[in-house]
Design a binder for this molecule. Structure first.
Ligand code: EPZ
Length: 449
């Protein structure tokens, strides 16, 4: 069972040096130029990997980013009997030898997206035991919609001792198509239920489905595997179950959140920079807000070129797609901390996704909080300081703030950052940034293997 080996930035250093507590040291105030390359979408690739459980054939996924989350999902699939092998930027996944329907706690606990395996596992094996993913820094992350939907497809679902056990009763243990109305357009629940319904007996209709591009990407893979899926990207998705699905060769869409992060890196350093590839429709709300703030944007069919000079305040309210994405709220706040005027930023998706405010304040940002709303008064210059990333996107926000700040900013929390950005400092340095991955003082500089 070949597992994917994902080189992380720390593993590209000298073979005997283990960075016990790495941090990024950023020398701010430099303009960027040239181009930033966007990798494949993490939040699509993770779900597409889970779809390999639905078939005995091999699935080849191209444009898969080398991230720690991707390696963790590979480990999850390996623990179920799957085989995942990386060939450059492609993954070959084979679910033929799936022999276990119980997912290990430590893997689900470390990677929430692995909970989405419950749908395809149940459809394939007729039963699945998956630990509750639990909460994280940004919120409680419930899975009520996932469980409710599986029950609507005929599964008997119990939750005991933190483990969700789903069983399909009756002969053949096959799920039955049904109507599912979601109380909230959960991305993960929509994806989980699409995969479960793909092999169910009969038709499934998912109402109030999530509209995110990653949902549409999953539908693209399922259709390439022989599934009958209509309406992905609209609030109503219809899936007519089939008896079996076959292998496919499929390219993951570009990562719209990484692309947005790079556009914000250009804007916060007041640079002229190209970001590619970008699908503008995947970032509509973000591009509108960048232009409202005073950036000029030009799409050349593949990439987006951003120019930024004097920037002004804009108001943001995070919403499900196509509204402003919660994943870019923190990175955009870093930009607005340097724009002229006062911006009002409201986080409506997650109950605890404003922890980066305190870190930005350490850098001189003038931000006042009121519940889930931040009033950000732009300052002429942030000042470099030691800061901590508290989740994946907050860590990226701190890197962006460091690019613009006067002096040195050291960013800790790279265990979060490396989950969602492949070699961020390498890409930014190639465009003119000055970032170094070092050991935090007081940590053992190098441990002989
Ligand atoms: C996906 O998480 C993404 N992760 C998240 O990206 C992203 O922030 C989120 O969608 C929203 O866009 C992956 O795709 C792996 P949700 P997911 O279920 O599916 C509530 C990143 O930084 N909700 O759409 O877990 C929930 O509490 C990560 O890349 C319920 O109330 O998100 C939250 O407030 C972070 N009941 C909101 O919906 C439920 O049963 C969105 O959750 C399920 C969710």
């Amino acid at each position: 069972m070949g597992l994917i080996a994902v080189p992380s930035p720390t593993q590209t250093s000298t073979p005997f040096q283990t960075t016990a507590n790495p941090q990024l040291e950023i020398r701010g105030g430099r303009r960027l130029s040239g181009e930033l390359e966007v990798s494949g979408a993490k939040n699509s690739a993770l779900v597409l990997m889970a779809a390999c459980l639905l078939t005995r054939d091999t699935i080849r996924l191209r444009n898969v980013p080398p991230l720690t989350d991707i390696a963790a999902m590979g480990e999850m699939l390996g623990s179920l009997g799957g085989r995942v092998v990386r060939h450059g930027d492609a993954l070959e996944l084979n679910g033929d030898a799936i022999n276990n329907s119980t997912a290990p706690y430590e893997l689900v606990n470390s990677l929430r997206a692995s909970f989405f395996c419950i749908g395809p596992l149940l459809a394939r094996m007729g039963m699945a035991k998956v630990p509750l993913p639990g909460g994280c820094q940004i919120g409680t992350r419930p899975v009520v919609e996932h469980v409710k939907g599986l029950k609507a497809l005929g599964a008997q679902v119990t939750i005991e001792h933190g483990v969700v056990t789903a069983v399909v009763p009756g002969r053949g243990h096959r799920l039955t198509g049904g109507r599912i109305h979601m109380d909230c357009p959960s991305v993960g629940a929509t994806e989980t239920l699409m995969m479960a319904a793909a092999l169910a007996d009969g038709e499934t209709v998912i109402d109030n489905a999530a509209l995110e591009p990653e949902v549409v990407d999953l539908a693209g893979l399922l259709i390439a595997m022989g599934a009958k899926v209509r309406g992905a990207g609209t609030p109503t998705i219809t899936i007519v179950g089939v008896d079996r699905l076959h292998g496919a060769d499929y390219a993951v869409i570009p990562d719209r959140i990484e692309a947005g992060t790079f556009l914000l890196a250009a804007a916060i350093t007041r640079s002229h920079l190209r970001v590619a590839p970008v699908i503008p429709e995947h970032l509509g709300a973000v591009l509108t807000k960048l232009e409202e703030a005073g950036c000029t944007l030009e799409h050349d069919g593949i990439g987006l070129t951003l120019k930024a000079d004097h920037l002004n305040a804009v108001d943001l309210r995070t919403q499900p797609f196509p509204g402003f994405p919660t994943d870019l709220q923190a990175p955009f706040m870093s930009l607005l901390a340097t724009a002229k005027g006062t911006s009002v930023i409201t986080e409506n998706i997650f109950e605890n996704r404003l922890q980066h405010v305190a870190e930005l304040q350490r850098m001189g940002a003038a931000i006042r909080m009121q519940g889930n709303t931040a009033f950000v008064e732009g300052v002429s210059r942030l000042s470099g300081a030691p800061v901590q990333g508290t989740d994946l996107r907050a860590s990226a926000a701190m890197v962006l703030a460091g690019l613009a700040a006067e002096g040195i900013t050291t960013v800790r929390g790279l265990e979060f950052l490396d989950r969602g950005y492949a070699n961020l400092e390498g890409k930014l340095n190639a465009a003119g940034a000055c970032i170094e991955r070092v050991n935090a003082p007081g940590s053992s500089a190098s441990i002989a293997a």
